[in-house]
Every structure is written in structure tokens, then in C-alpha cells.
Write a protein that binds this ligand. Structure first.
Ligand code: HPA
Length: 281
């Protein structure tokens, strides 16, 4: 058996040994949304290190566990802390949790992150709905022998972020009076922040925000047929757009300040998804 699939199956088995819960949506909590667990009626938690071979994050501020429970009526699994490519993991390990959540039953993937803002007029603290992405600067999580059990060799990515779910996020934002930006997210490998020249390159390529996660996760999820929705918290203006030097602390601080609005938007979106019962649009 393919070793990547074998590890995934082992993680699934150790999950099923401990927990019987079928989530409908999977949620990845990026910087600033780590305390979103407060919004969840928690049924179970599972520390990442309880699953053999599961990648565990080393970044300060990133916890490492799954939370299972309900947002309103919707059964969700929520990743409190993700692993990043820059931590040294293989891309197949970086996306293992995404694949695992699909195998747990989740059909919808809700990705969140902190990102540097590039789009003209953006400000630190803005929220940006991701409408498309550029992942070409990091290895594809689908590289290597295709795992046919998960998806096809050459998956279509023309609508990587689900149109109907995007419409729901926009509706939720309008109701909450949140000025929601929309744009293309570009993933760079990190961990260093970009140089001004790199940010200029990202802008030329059509990026509205730049970060170090998410795009690879969206690719793995689409490969498996999940419906993906993503929101970036613009925690800072990207290098060269703002004159100030960047720091992880600043990213964390702005993300924390934005958290109440971000939380409200995520909850309202999930509530709308639940009440649409999959027939949203
Ligand atoms: N660049 C890359 N990743 C980031 C940034 C940034 O400016 N801010 C938060 N994550």
C-alpha cells in the first residue's frame, strides 16, 4: 500500500477506536481564531499526539488538537493548530489532517489563516474571502504516486473555492456589517516574511494576500472532492506596503484583535450552511 495512505488509514483507525462522531464540516483555525473552540458545543477532543504518525505543530500560539462538536446544529471537526510546510514536514504530512477530516465524514472544509495584505486599500484587521489561489511556489501535496482511493491523478481546480459557500460568507458578512474583501491568496514556503521585491512579484502575479499555509490544504481537499471555503485575516500589510518591519508578535496581536469579528463571521456562515442543509445557494 502507498505509505502516505497507510499512515492516513492508521490515523483514521486510532480516531475511530476513540471517537464515534461524524462531522459535516471541517474547520482549520488559523492565527487569532485559536479560541474559536469557545463557540463550539464540545463533544470530544483528541490531541494530535494521540495519533501515531500525526504531524504536530511547533509554532508558538498554535495548539495541537481536534475538537469535535456542534456549531448550532452543525456537527463540526475543528483543527486547533495546523502544521506548516516551513516546519520541515513533507507536504503529504502537512495535508494529512485535511485528508483525515474528509475520511471522518466532513464534506465541507473551512480554512482560515493570517496573511499579509497586498490588494490596494487593504488595512491590517481586514477579512478577505479567498476566491482563488496560487500554490505554485510550494510542492503539490498530490506529488508522487496518486492515491486512487482519495481522488484522480489530475484533479480539476477551476472552482477550487466553492461558489455557493462564498455567496453564503458574503451574505453573512453583509448581515454582520463586516466589510469583507475578496481576492486571491498566494502561498509561499516561508518561514521568513517576504522581501519588498517578493511582494511586488506576488502583486504582479495577481495575488491580493500572501501567507504560508492554506493553498496546499485546499488542493488536497479538492482532490478528495471536498467543498472548500477560506477566509484570511489580514494581520498586516505585506512587506514594502507598510514601512514597519514585520514580526510574528504583530501578526498574532492584530489577529487577536480581529478575532471577535472573524468568529462572528465563521459562526454565522456555519449557521447558514446548517440551515440550508446542503442545498444552499
Ligand atoms: N507574509 C506571509 N505570511 C503571513 C504574513 C505576511 O505578511 N502575515 C501573516 N502571515
Amino acid at each position: 500500500m502507498n505509505p502516505v495512505y497507510e499512515k492516513l488509514e492508521r490515523c483514521l483507525e486510532s480516531y475511530r477506536d476513540k471517537i464515534q462522531f461524524v462531522p459535516k464540516a471541517a474547520l482549520v483555525l488559523g492565527s487569532g481564531l485559536g479560541d474559536y473552540a469557545d463557540q463550539i458545543q464540545v463533544e470530544h477532543t483528541l490531541d494530535y499526539h494521540e495519533m501515531e504518525g500525526f504531524p504536530v505543530s511547533t509554532v508558538p500560539g498554535h495548539k495541537g488538537r481536534f475538537i469535535f462538536g456542534y456549531v448550532g446544529e452543525l456537527p463540526v471537526v475543528c483543527m486547533q493548530g495546523r502544521v506548516h510546510y516551513y516546519e520541515g514536514y513533507e507536504m503529504s504530512d502537512v495535508v494529512l489532517p485535511i485528508r483525515l477530516m474528509k475520511l471522518m465524514g466532513a464534506e465541507i472544509l473551512f480554512l482560515t489563516n493570517a496573511a499579509g495584505g497586498i490588494q490596494a486599500g487593504m488595512q491590517a484587521g481586514d477579512l478577505m474571502l479567498i476566491k482563488d489561489q496560487i500554490s505554485s511556489f510550494v510542492p503539490s501535496p498530490l506529488r508522487g504516486q496518486n492515491i486512487g482511493e482519495l481522488g484522480v491523478r489530475f484533479p480539476d481546480m477551476s472552482k477550487i473555492y466553492d461558489e455557493k459557500l462564498r455567496r453564503i460568507v458574503k451574505k453573512a458578512a453583509a448581515e454582520l456589517d463586516i466589510d469583507l474583501k475578496e481576492g486571491t491568496y498566494l502561498q509561499l514556503p516561508g518561514p521568513q516574511f517576504e522581501t519588498p521585491a517578493e511582494v511586488a512579484m506576488c502583486r504582479t502575479l495577481g495575488a491580493d494576500a500572501v501567507g504560508m499555509s492554506t493553498a496546499c490544504e485546499a488542493v488536497a481537499a479538492r482532490h478528495m472532492g471536498m467543498r472548500v471555503v477560506g477566509i484570511s485575516c489580514i494581520s498586516n500589510l505585506a512587506c514594502g506596503i507598510s514601512a514597519a518591519p514585520l514580526s510574528h508578535e504583530e501578526v498574532q496581536e492584530t489577529a487577536d484583535k480581529t478575532a471577535p469579528r472573524f468568529r462572528a463571521l465563521v459562526t454565522e456562515t456555519l449557521t447558514k450552511i446548517a440551515s440550508a442543509g446542503g442545498k444552499e445557494g
